[in-house]
Design a protein around this ligand. Structure first.
Ligand code: 1GP
Length: 255
């Protein structure tokens, strides 16, 4: 099985480099605008693009991914809300299991539906433990999955989930506050998870400025994700600042 993208992520982590990924939801962009944003992201030092959403209302997923892939050389990775969000044009797919919840559909059901298509497309699936963290209001992921998020004041519960995921063989942890979250993943939770797993940690949800992104890096995140930021008036400027900080990251790991 092809594992080029995961190998690259692991190599980055081994060399103590951090990464910045930008999420493009096909419902939020025309293809032209997405292509322009993708080029600009690459130019400013974004390391990969994610494509997906909890609920996608447009029917252009495949062409959206294909257009981005043709426009940029950084990886275009599917971040699927369900098994319908697949494209043979993607560089890889986050094979997300929503382990913070207890809904079998998001733990294994959608994976079974997607598996034959992933094989047929020759897509690289990256087994990723997706952990939804309480963030002040009901998020799309919480509502759509019918699961409860992890309590934000209980980092030990998050750490136990992450450790279980690592023991099960998952290759990455995604700590998710939810798109547009009012509260981001707490630094204490990232630190506690970092202290007990070796696999790369992605942190996203509600990151809208450089200081917050840096706080996540300092806590031990390997990869920062922003999505909604680009909908802000000065979103591109802030994206540039975050990319600079992430790419300039040199401090010693805290774990
Ligand atoms: C959502 O983590 C991503 O899945 C990004 O969240 O849109 O709040 O940046 P934002």
């Amino acid at each position: 099985m092809n594992n080029k993208i995961l190998t690259g992520i692991q190599k980055n982590k081994a060399e103590n480099r951090r990464a910045y990924w930008v999420l493009l939801d096909p419902d939020d962009f025309t293809i032209e605008k997405a292509v322009e944003t993708a080029r600009c992201s690459q130019e400013h030092g974004v390391n990969a693009l994610l494509v997906g959403g909890s609920l996608i209302e447009t029917d252009n997923f495949d062409i959206f991914v294909k257009s981005l892939r043709e426009a940029v050389s950084i990886p275009v990775i599917i971040f699927p809300g369900d098994s319908t969000q697949l494209s043979k044009h993607a560089s890889a797919l986050l094979y997300l299991s929503l382990i913070s919840g207890r809904n079998p559909v998001n733990l294994i059901g959608e994976h079974v539906k997607a598996a034959p298509v992933i094989r047929q497309y020759g897509l690289e699936p990256i087994p990723t433990a997706y952990m939804l963290v309480e963030s002040g209001a009901v998020t799309s992921v919480e509502f759509m999955s019918g699961t409860r998020p992890l309590p934000r004041g209980k980092p030990n519960i998050a750490a136990a989930h992450a450790l279980a995921a690592q023991y099960l063989g998952m290759q990455m942890i995604y700590l998710e506050a939810g798109s547009g979250a009012s509260l981001t993943v707490p630094p204490e939770m990232i630190k506690t998870v970092r202290a007990c797993v070796d696999i790369p940690i992605i942190v996203g949800g509600g990151i809208r400025d450089k200081a917050t992104a840096v706080e996540k890096l300092e806590s031990g995140a390997d990869i920062i994700v922003t999505g909604n930021l680009l909908q802000k008036e000065n979103g591109l400027e802030i994206m540039k600042e975050i990319a600079e900080s992430v790419n300039a990251w040199t401090s010693t790991r805290i774990d």
